[in-house]
Design a binder for this molecule. Structure first.
Ligand code: NAP
Length: 432
């Protein structure tokens, strides 16, 4: 029988405590599957006395999380504290310095310090596994890096943030305003008390940068991602989108375009009868489009202690089986910087919400601007008439470029009869 694999866990919060519990409950099964006992030998968190519903009395406690890596009785360092700097980074550095494998769920660290982690890996005998960092319990990292390793990836896209998906689903079912649903999500524990990281699209962008890195063999880097969150979506948009046969979803999209990789996180209209439109509540879904396999859809819980622990332990199982895979699917020395496409050259069709005073000639003025920028209309919807206040007018366009649509929006916002800046969303049908 092989030696036990000794695990040190730094961070015993939502995910860490679930990992601890899973390893304790499934010990026999993991022994059968890996041929080794997987044994927790050390832990660390901020407070030793906090009640976590796990029994840590038989494992060593370290006040300083970096000592989890220094501990000679720890073979694998499991980093579950979070944060792109501070103790999480120090711990990963120390573990790699000592040549120990690291398992982490830390998307912020990989998304903002991917280049640094790759550099550390070049000099280390250790490895970094991160299945839990993207889409929680969904095995999208292994799907992309291993299951689809034979394919050139054309695109990877999907619903990468459960909080936003919950909010948009609730707005769609109840017709309630964004602020009302956000408050409800906070009360139910689906949204943080400071929700900006989720609702402004930053969390989804972190995950997308990691998926892009794997799909295209490049360093994850959030700064090349065009990010727009969901704060601006109104019940009007939800209702008009539905009338037009669409649902609104916050999508992370990375695709190979002519000039490089296009990456964005933004609310988009998707056809109501598409599988992605049916992904409701806190679920996540990721499509991977490969040249030989076609489109593969993976769906499940993208967050929560247990689903995320499932992903963390799958990485520990890999280590126990003696499998270490390169961070971005190719040797660290060969990982290149991402070549970003010019977002203004991006093509697509668009939804435009306007608030206009119901005066003669308004639509003619708007049509003239569209004509001048060679943007052709697919549909125009107007509801209600009120000579004293602005009414919504919804336009959808045929295919145009991002540059043209932004110019159109800028020109339209200068019209006296238009009372607020146009609100734009892409219509994504993913036919290509
Ligand atoms: N929650 C999810 O659904 C989810 C999903 C996917 C990925 N992740 C990622 O998983 C990681 C952990 O998330 P989480 O939700 O479990 O976070 P959490 O509940 O806030 O837990 C963080 C843990 O780290 C400990 N910690 C924080 N700073 C520390 C320090 N300076 N020294 C020692 N310990 C410290 C905390 O100790 P105390 O308990 O003593 O305060 C706590 O146990 C993050 O990278 C997150 O992005 C989470």
């Amino acid at each position: 029988m092989a030696q036990p694999l000794r695990i040190g866990i730094a961070g015993l919060g939502n995910v860490g405590a679930s990992v601890f519990q899973l390893l304790s409950e499934h010990g026999d099964m993991l022994l059968e599957r890996t041929g080794r006992e997987v044994r927790i030998t050390a832990v660390s968190a901020r407070s030793k006395l906090k009640n976590r519903n796990i029994d840590i009395s038989k494992v060593k406690w370290h006040d300083n999380p970096v000592d989890v890596a220094n501990d000679p009785e720890v073979d694998v360092v499991v980093e579950l504290m979070g944060g792109s700097s501070g103790p999480a980074l120090d711990l990963v550095k120390k573990a790699l310095d000592l040549g120990k494998p690291v398992v982490t769920a830390n998307k912020a660290l990989l998304a903002s310090r991917g280049a640094e982690v790759l550099d550390l890996l070049k000099k280390s005998k250790g490895s970094v596994s991160f299945e839990a960092a993207v889409a929680g319990g969904i095995p999208v990292i292994k799907g992309l890096r291993e299951g689809l390793a034979a394919n050139r990836i054309k695109a990877v896209y999907g619903i990468l943030n459960g909080t936003c998906n919950f909010i948009l689903s609730e707005m769609s079912h109840t017709g309630a305003a964004f602020a009302t649903v956000l408050k409800e999500a906070q009360e139910k524990g689906y949204a943080e008390s400071d929700p900006s990281f989720d609702i402004d699209g930053v969390d989804a962008a972190h995950k997308l940068s990691i998926l892009s890195g794997l799909a295209f063999g490049c360093v994850p880097d959030v700064k090349h991602i065009e990010i727009k969150g969901i704060r601006g979506i109104t019940p009007l948009d939800i209702a008009f989108a539905s009338d037009l046969g669409f649902r609104i979803k916050l999508l992370g999209i990375a695709r190979q375009a002519e000039g490089g990789i296009e990456q964005s996180v933004e609310p988009c209209l998707v056809p109501s009868d598409s599988p992605i439109a049916a992904v409701e509540g806190a679920l996540n879904a990721v499509y991977i489009d490969g040249d030989y396999v076609g489109k593969v859809l993976l769906m499940g819980y993208g967050a929560g202690g247990n689903p995320t622990a499932s992903a963390v332990v799958s990485d520990i199982v890999d280590v126990a089986r003696g499998r270490a895979l390169p961070l971005m699917g190719i040797a660290s020395e060969r990982v290149s910087s991402l070549k970003a496409a010019n977002i203004l050259a991006r093509k697509g069709s668009y939804y435009i919400r306007l608030m206009v005073l119901d005066q003669p000639g308004v639509i003619a003025d708007i049509s003239a601007i569209l004509r001048d920028h060679k943007v052709s209309l697919e549909s125009v919807l107007q509801r209600g008439r009120d000579p004293h206040q602005a009414v919504p007018v919804i336009l959808t366009t045929h295919e145009t470029t991002e540059e043209s649509i932004r110019r159109v929006a800028e020109q339209i916002s200068k019209l006296k009869s238009v009372t607020e800046p146009p609100y734009l969303m892409r219509i994504e049908e993913f036919n290509g």
